[in-house]
Structure formats: C-alpha cells, structure tokens
Design a protein around this ligand. Structure first.
Ligand SMILES: [Zn+2]
Length: 324
C-alpha cells in the first residue's frame, strides 16, 4: 500500500525532525569537545616530548619512542667513531658513503640499523677531515635540548642548542650545516608527501622521470668532480642539482626519500646506482643504471640483476640497507 504508507512515513519524519536536529547538534558538539580534547592532549603531551620543535620533523614511523639518554648517545657515537676508524683502515682512508656501510661490523646489527636512523652523518670533505673539530656525525635532532656530536678526531660531546648552533658556524662545519638544512627540507617534503600519498597520478611515468633526474644530476656532479660519483643523494641536494621533491616517487612512504642510492666506483658499465625502496610499487621497482638508463623491473628480475657480478657492491649495500 504505497499510497497510505508513504504519507504516514512522511508525517513521522516531520514529527521527528526537531528532535533529530537536536540529537545531531548534541552529537556534533560532543565530537567537537572530543576533538578539542585530543588536540589539547597532543599539544600538552607530544609523542616526542623533548623535541624542541625547531622544524626537524621526525616523520620516522618506526623510530623508537624512547630516546636514549645523552650518556648513551655519546657512547654510541664514540663507538661509531671507532668503527669508522677501523673501516677507514680497511678502505684506504675512505669514509663510509653512508652509515649503513658499517652495519656488517656491528655486534647487534638490528639495533644498529635502527639506531643510525636517528644519527645524521655527513662524509667530510678532504679538507675538512684534517680539521679535528669538524663534526662528522650528530643526533639527527635535538633531544633533551642537546645534540651529541662525533668529531673528525674521534672525540664525542653532548652540546646544548646554543653551542651546537655556534659550532656549525665554525671552520670545517659548513658542509654539516648545509646537510642539516637539506635533511630538514627533505623530511618536511616527505611529511607532506606521505599525507598526499595515494592520490591518483601516473605513478610509473613520474617515478621513471624522477630517477632520470637523479641520473642527470649524478652525471653533472661527476663532470664537476673529475668523474667521482656523488657519495650520496643528499650531496646532490646540497649542491642544488636536485630539489627535495626529486627524491619522492608517488608510492614512496619513507620521509627520508623514496630511493635507495649507491655510488658505483666503476665507470659506465651498466651497473645499478639507484632504485625504488621496497613498497613504492606493488609489481616491481624502477632502477637507474650508471649510464642514465631507467628500467622497470619485476621483483624477480630485480633479484636476478642484483646477482650479476657488476652489481655486487650495490647488492651488498642494498642488503645491508634492507636488513636481509
Ligand atoms: Zn617509484
């Protein structure tokens, strides 16, 4: 009986509507109150309470929420200094390209891998490494309003914000100062990127373009540096060959950038130099080769390519990075 039930239904709706409106207002007000409560909570008790909010965004999702005490951080950096000295003895004085290179020498590799995510490292230039006060590694952020530093002479120290900022203006630390700037810019871009992640876009084409951009930047760096490859991607940003956006493909979720990079010591032999980090794409990875080529490889083909002798260095670094 649609003709009779329809008006009755209509009438009931009319009768209920003032009450309904009241319920909606009450629910909305409750939601606002709860929302304000959550906001107040977040502001009063930020998850990393000792971050001074100086703009160093910690987008590190799997970071340990318990920040080690300054003593422990200083001890870790001291240990890092010793590991670096051993590494240099074994590698003709070369500094590691990235701290990941030291993982295989760590006692507890898993803990080490996690810990170095909160350490900022900048391989010193030839000139800076002879200046004993040059900071080569430090806490990635201020913790307890302090930054612990490792210097070129192997000494370690916990510095207040003022003393750290002052140290950055001193001789030998211009590159570290620039590195801190660049990493903060990349993380800010990474945080914005993560928020917008998943929006529609030509994922593959964009990623290939980004990797080609990295290849071009690397080639320009080589021309300027008598054919020496850039030790890491951040150096390409420090020297303005790239902008922070260049490090993120549409699928990246790592706030430090979506690409793994490893410099090749050989010349134009078709070795891999950069690729998508795991999780960027469901079906495989885009890979940049040292001759500027970019290829989309399935996970299987990627594993095959890693096993090629010319990619041995890249493969070792990749495994250290991935923890496999
Ligand atoms: Zn990608």
């Amino acid at each position: 009986m649609p003709s009779t039930s329809a008006p009755r239904h209509h009438g009931r709706q009319d009768a209920l509507s003032p009450g309904g409106t009241r319920v909606i207002i009450i629910v909305a007000l409750s939601l606002v109150v709860v929302g304000l409560g959550i906001l107040a909570w977040v502001f009063l008790f930020p998850s990393d309470g000792d971050n001074n909010g100086n703009g160093d965004d910690n987008g590190n999702r799997d970071a340990d929420p318990v920040i080690p005490s300054p003593d422990k951080r200083v001890a870790f950096l001291g240990n890092l200094g010793k590991m670096m000295a051993t590494f240099r003895e074994e590698n003709n004085g070369r500094y590691p390209h990235a701290l990941q290179e030291l993982i295989r020498d760590a006692d507890d590799q898993k803990a080490f891998r996690k810990r170095i995510r909160e350490v900022l490292y900048r391989p010193p230039s030839r000139q800076d490494r002879t200046e004993p006060k040059t900071i080569i590694a430090c806490d990635a952020r201020y913790f307890d309003k302090q930054r612990c530093v490792l210097r070129a002479d192997g000494s370690v120290q916990a510095l207040s914000q003022e003393r750290f900022d002052e140290a950055l203006t001193m001789e030998g630390n211009a590159l570290m100062a620039r590195r801190i700037e660049v990493v903060a810019a990349v993380r800010a871009t990474g945080a914005r990127h993560s928020a917008a992640r998943g929006l529609a876009g030509p994922i593959k084409a964009m990623c290939v373009a980004r990797l080609k951009g990295i290849g071009t930047a690397g080639a320009m760096y080589r021309v300027q540096r008598r054919d020496r490859a850039a030790p890491d991607l951040m150096i390409l940003l420090e020297e303005r060959y790239l902008v922070p956006k260049s490090l993120f493909c549409q699928g990246s979720s790592d706030p430090d950038g979506g690409y793994f990079y490893w410099p090749t010591s050989r010349l134009l032999t078709g070795t891999m130099v950069a690729c998508d980090k795991t999780g960027n794409h469901r079906t495989g990875r885009n890979v940049l080769f040292d001759d500027g080529r970019v290829q989309s490889l399935s996970y299987e083909d990627f594993a095959d390519a890693l096993a090629q002798p010319e990619n041995a260095d890249f493969a070792a670094a990749w495994r250290a990075f991935e923890g496999r």
